[in-house]
Design a protein around this ligand. Structure first.
Ligand SMILES: C[S@@+](CC[C@H](N)C(=O)[O-])C[C@H]1O[C@@H](n2cnc3c(N)ncnc32)[C@H](O)[C@@H]1O
Length: 247
C-alpha cells in the first residue's frame, strides 16, 4: 500500500532558497502541518509515536540561524521541523546523511542529538559530502553547534562510504544529487550499498520525493515494495517532499 500525506497548500508554500530563515507562516500553522504528517507516519507504522519537544526544536532552529553559514538551502522551515522531529522520535544511535552541502540538512537530522536541541545521546552521526570545500564548510558549521565529535561531516562519495560503514545504520538521510550524471538516481545506489546494515525499524528519509519524482522512479519503486521496506510514506508538505520509509 502506498501512503501519502499531502497538505492543502503544499504547492503554494514556497521559500526563497537564499533566505533560509525567513518565516513563511505563523508558528501554529507550521506545527499543525508537521503534526499531521507525523500522525500519518504513525498510522502507516513508520513511527512509534508523534511526540517531540517543541521548545527544544526552537532552540535548535535558533542556534542554526545564529551560527551557520548557509549560502542557500531548499530545506523549508516545515521540512526542517519534520526532519528534526523524526530524528527526535526515532533517536538513531548511528545516522548517515548523504549529500549535505553546507550542513543545513545534516544538522536538521543531527540536531536532535547534539547542540541546544539535543533530546537523546547518539554514537555516530556522519554527514557525507562529495565536494571537499563544501564538506569543510559544513564541518565548520557543525563544530559551532556540537562541541563533541558525535556529529561530523566527512568529504567523500556517499555510495562508497555507505558500503564501508562498519555498523548498523538506524537512520539514513538521502539528499545527494549524484556525480557523473547519476543525479538523484544515486539514492538507490546508496541504499543498496548499505541495505544489509539497515536493521528492522531503521528509517530512510529521501528528500525531493515530489520535485524529483521522475528521477527517483526506481528508488521510489524500491522503497515502496514491501519486500524491501515494511512501509513508506510520501510526505508532501512543500514542493520538494520527503519519502519516509521503514525497514
Ligand atoms: C542538493 S544538495 C543538498 C542541499 C540540501 N538539499 C539543502 O537544501 O540544504 C546535494 C549535495 O550532494 C552532493 N553530492 C552529490 N553526489 C554525492 C555523492 N555521491 N556523495 C556525497 N555527496 C554528493 C553535492 O555536492 C551537493 O552538495
Amino acid at each position: 500500500m502506498i501512503y501519502t500525506f499531502r497538505s492543502v497548500d503544499w504547492d503554494t508554500y514556497r521559500m526563497d532558497t537564499r533566505r533560509p530563515h525567513e518565516e513563511l507562516e505563523p508558528a501554529d500553522c507550521e506545527i499543525s502541518t508537521v503534526d499531521g504528517a507525523l500522525k500519518t507516519l504513525v498510522r502507516a507504522g513508520v513511527l512509534p509515536h508523534a511526540d517531540y519537544d517543541y521548545d527544544k526544536f526552537l532552540a535548535h532552529r535558533h542556534a542554526v540561524r545564529e551560527l551557520f553559514d548557509i549560502p542557500w538551502t531548499a530545506i523549508t522551515p516545515r521540512m526542517q521541523r519534520l526532519i528534526y522531529a523524526v530524528n527526535a522520535i526515532v533517536q538513531p544511535i548511528n545516522m548517515l546523511a548523504a549529500g549535505v552541502y553546507c550542513g543545513n540538512t545534516f544538522i536538521s537530522n543531527a540536531g536532535a542529538a547534539v547542540g541546544p536541541g539535543a533530546c537523546y545521546s547518539a554514537k555516530s552521526l556522519i554527514g557525507i559530502e562529495i565536494v571537499p570545500e563544501e564538506a569543510e564548510r559544513a564541518e565548520r558549521n557543525v563544530r559551532l553547534i556540537d562541541s563533541t565529535v558525535v556529529a561530523r561531516v566527512i568529504a567523500g562519495d556517499a555510495v562508497g562510504m555507505a558500503a564501508e560503514f562498519p555498523e548498523e545504520i538506524n537512520l539514513l538521510y538521502l539528499d545527494a544529487d549524484g556525480a557523473g550524471g547519476r543525479g538523484k538516481g544515486v539514492y538507490l545506489d546508496i541504499v543498496e550499498a548499505c541495505l544489509d546494515r539497515l536493521p528492522t525499524g531503521s528509517i530512510v528519509l529521501a528528500h525531493n520525493s515530489v520535485n524529483c519524482a521522475e528521477r527517483l522512479q526506481y528508488y521510489l519503486e524500491f522503497v515502496r515494495d514491501p519486500a524491501n521496506f515494511r512501509s513508506s510514506v510520501n510526505v508532501i508538505l512543500d514542493p520538494e517532499g520527503l519519502e519516509v520509509s521503514v525497514r
